[in-house]
Design a protein around this ligand. Structure first.
Ligand SMILES: *Cc1c(COP(=O)(O)O)cnc(C)c1O
Length: 431
């Protein structure tokens, strides 16, 4: 497979951007080699600058649930932008996307559109602090909530810790407001609430943790968090930037039937454009400015072109059988790869929920906390990745990233992927 053109573009990009990219994982550091520069996408396939074709399971990290360049999304975008691309004033399209969401999601009553998942979470945290008048937040090791300061914090050693910053530039004083505990651990949550009685504004969790492997939690644990929050006057935030509109239209809240206090969205909600949102019941949302005194604003918030793309995409998601069909395809893929891995010397386990899947090299049949992932196993992913790429299968370039199935993936794609996996798994070095 020729990669000369991608390689040349990357050399140039390194002059312009730190590490040659505008978001770190894109640099291929954890799988080695240099990133592919993508030229175009259609349906489930993408083509790079050298003309190589790939079946895409990254799908822009989740947003493209209908696949690339979906005709309905394109038509909506085209029609809308011909009337102007931004006004900084309300448009009818914001109402339409809100109606589509709120009319089909009983877990929130009002929402606010922003321009990214990071912004949605950052604003939701401010809202929780404003509403409760408390300052501390509790998060879980292995959950990603975007790159705002108080969330770039990882666990220290100990059951309940103020973590360490996971980025330079985050002040110690911010870190002191963020408590970090392990996923799937009641004792740690218990202890945190005992120690910081009446100080915790919110507990924030990815109810389907999918940014550091796929660390599925039991419903019973999520319900436990709900109950602990209720008991302590703490708000429960479900960060559904990845799971929202993905594991069903109502996301994880609907899947587990648990009512959080605030929900954040991103990725799928914008149909491939930069949109995020946070929503809650009317009472909590009434604290957001200009109705309340929690400030939050955005020049391009509710952008009409992005709203039109979101409306077009979410309308498709609402069609009967949409999610069942994605799940069936995902099950076919994970079953096929699992069978193939039995013939190989490596134990590749497939974890999945709805149309999200994760490949882990482990003997464990359940991984529910970040510490349970063996860092050393990533060398197998690295070897696997190179083989898959060479054969035209594109996954997110890190063993900690999940894959996504969309409406555009065909049976042929799935069969071909299983065949390539079978072949590649045989050749992954064991040492
Ligand atoms: C992707 C993601 C974010 C960040 O969203 P951006 O649009 O990249 O800022 C936050 N939380 C979760 C759960 C995510 O998956």
């Amino acid at each position: 497979m020729k990669r000369d053109k991608s390689a040349a573009l990357y050399e140039k990009a390194k002059k312009y951007f730190p590490g040659g990219v505008n978001s770190p994982v894109r640099a291929f550091r954890s799988v080695g080699g240099t990133p592919l520069f993508i030229e175009k996408g259609k349906g489930s396939h993408i083509w790079d600058a050298d003309g190589n074709e790939f079946i895409d399971y990254c799908c822009s990290w989740g947003p493209l649930i209908l696949g690339h360049a979906n005709e309905k999304v394109l038509a909506a975008v085209d029609k809308t932008m011909r009337n102007g691309t931004s006004f900084g004033a309300p448009t009818r399209l914001e109402n339409e996307l809100a109606e589509l969401i709120l009319g089909n999601n009983p877990y929130i009553e009002k929402l606010r559109f922003v321009s990214s998942g990071t912004e949605a979470v950052m604003s939701a945290i401010r809202l929780a602090r404003g509403f409760t008048g408390r300052t501390k937040i509790l998060k879980f090791e292995g959950c990603y909530h975007g790159h705002s300061d108080s969330l770039l914090v990882k666990a220290g050693s100990g059951l309940v810790t103020f973590g360490n910053t996971s980025s330079a530039g985050v002040p110690e004083s911010f870190v002191k407001e963020t408590i970090v505990v392990s996923l799937n651990n009641k004792q740690a949550v218990e202890e945190a609430f005992a120690r910081f009685n009446q100080q915790i504004a919110c507990v924030i969790i990815e109810p389907v943790p999918a940014n550091n492997g796929l660390l599925l939690q039991d419903k019973e644990y999520l319900q436990y968090l709900r109950d602990m929050c209720t008991k302590n006057g703490t708000l429960l935030i479900f960060d559904e930037v990845i799971s929202g509109f993905r594991i069903g239209f109502t996301g994880a809240a609907g899947y587990y039937n648990i009512q959080p206090d605030i929900i954040t969205y991103g990725k799928i909600i914008g149909g491939g454009f930069p949109v995020g949102a946070y929503g809650a019941g009317k009472e909590i949302m009434s604290n957001v400015s200009p109705e309340g005194n929690v400030y939050q604003a955005g020049t391009l918030s509710g952008n009409p072109v992005a709203m039109a793309a979101g409306i077009a995409q979410l309308s498709e998601c609402l069609k009967p059988g949409f999610y069942t069909s994605l799940e069936e395809k995902t099950n076919k893929l994970t079953k096929g790869i699992t069978e193939a891995s039995k013939l190989s010397t490596l134990n590749a386990q497939l974890f999945s929920i709805g149309s999200i899947f994760w490949i882990a090299f482990t003997d464990k049949n359940k991984i529910a906390a970040a510490e349970e992932i063996e860092a050393d196993s990533m060398k197998h992913f690295r070897a696997l990745y190179a083989g898959l790429l060479e054969q035209g299968i594109y996954l997110g370039p890190s063993g900690y990233e999940v894959g996504f199935i969309g409406e555009a993936h065909t049976d042929e794609d799935i069969q071909r992927t299983i065949a390539v996996f079978s072949e590649t798994l045989q050749s992954v070095p064991i040492s």
